[in-house]
Design a binder for this molecule. Structure first.
Ligand code: SF4
Length: 333
């Protein structure tokens, strides 16, 4: 709480400490993960989300497996060694089996690490995907305020979300989670608890990003809790790095949507983040996957601009998938 409340020159010192820690532990290279938003079909109605089931104005799509494979095959040439398959949460036995077969094909036909981000599932489904070759899973808990979580997620409760993360960890999958910054009703105490929960879950990757109200959701028009002090989004990131020194922390796209000049993701990579996630979804579908408005990259290929961004930052790009540091540490301890 004390760190989250610093101001002025102390903030600059906090950013500097986070950047130094990132450099000392994670190194200078920026790790890349290519995101493929393969389906915007979702059965849930999370109150902040632009692709929620209740949003009837959306063109729903699911990419063909061959099209996803074609994107995956092209990724190594772009310097991308991890594919992140992301979609809405739409569980069905046949769809989950099909996803397993797709993971196995990607592992067979490409050198990529495979990350899934498709929501809550039973432990047996996660185990099946792991056996198919899934390396990592991303599932954000969004907030530690259980009452706020319940208000925002009519289809899920906080305990079930945490249980999913624990199942994944027990199965030996590398686990990513994280939270939204500035949800309406959030306090600085909640933000501190969010950061501490990331530490307690001992996550391999932590994604955080500003809450941005989507006009076609129940939270339309709601202000970010830090609207009067948007720098808090970077303060949160820098404190997160201090409490999770060994975790991969992406500069999430929502930072670019809030901070335009200099771009928010550039700043995030100087204030604790070490991962950049270019969106490699085929361009014709990027518009149909707007979790929040103002998402960058809708008018062009996100991966086309990251090289320029890295040279602006003076940082090299990592030449491998960047597996969890815990695995390295375990082998050398
Ligand atoms: S946040 Fe995820 S689960 Fe919730 S409505 Fe959006 S896509 Fe569906």
């Amino acid at each position: 709480m004390e760190l989250l409340r610093v101001r002025g020159a102390e903030r600059a010192a906090l950013y500097q400490r986070a950047d130094t820690l990132r450099q000392q532990i994670m190194g200078d290279a920026v790790f890349l993960r290519g995101i493929v938003e393969f389906s915007n079909v979702c059965g849930n109605d999370c109150h902040y989300c632009g692709i929620r089931a209740g949003n009837g104005g959306l063109r729903r799509y699911r990419l063909d497996d061959d099209e996803i494979l074609a994107v995956a095959r092209g990724m190594p040439a772009l310097g991308l060694h991890t594919i992140v398959l992301q979609s809405g949460e739409a569980p069905s036995v046949s769809a989950d089996r099909r996803l397993g077969r797709l993971i196995a094909r990607i592992k067979r036909e490409t050198p990529l690490a495979v990350t899934l981000s498709v929501g809550n599932r039973p432990r047996a489904t996660y185990a099946y995907w792991r056996d198919c070759g899934m390396d990592r899973y991303l599932l954000r808990f969004e907030t530690t305020d259980a009452a706020l979580f319940a208000r925002l997620h009519p289809d899920c409760d906080f305990a079930a979300r945490i249980a999913c993360l624990e199942h994944l960890r027990a199965l030996g999958v590398q686990v990513g989670s994280g939270f939204m910054i500035g949800l309406p009703g959030e306090t600085v105490e909640t933000l501190a608890r969010n950061i501490m929960l990331c530490r307690d879950l001992d996550l391999d990757m932590i994604g955080i990003g500003p809450f941005i109200a989507h006009p076609d959701t129940p939270l339309a028009g709601c202000r970010n809790a830090y609207a009067d002090d948007p720098e808090m989004h970077f303060v949160a990131l820098a404190v997160l790095r201090q409490f999770n020194p060994r975790a991969h922390i992406p500069a999430t796209t929502a930072y670019d949507a809030v901070f335009r000049e200099p771009p928010g993701r550039d700043l995030a990579l100087r204030r604790g983040a070490d991962v950049f996630m270019p969106n490699v979804t085929p361009l014709r579908h990027k518009n149909d996957y707007q979790l929040y408005p103002g998402k960058p990259g809708l008018d062009g290929e996100d991966h086309g601009v990251f090289a320029a961004r890295m040279s602006r930052l003076g940082r090299p790009v990592a030449s491998g998938p960047g597996h969890a540091l815990r695995l390295v540490a375990a082998g050398t301890a």
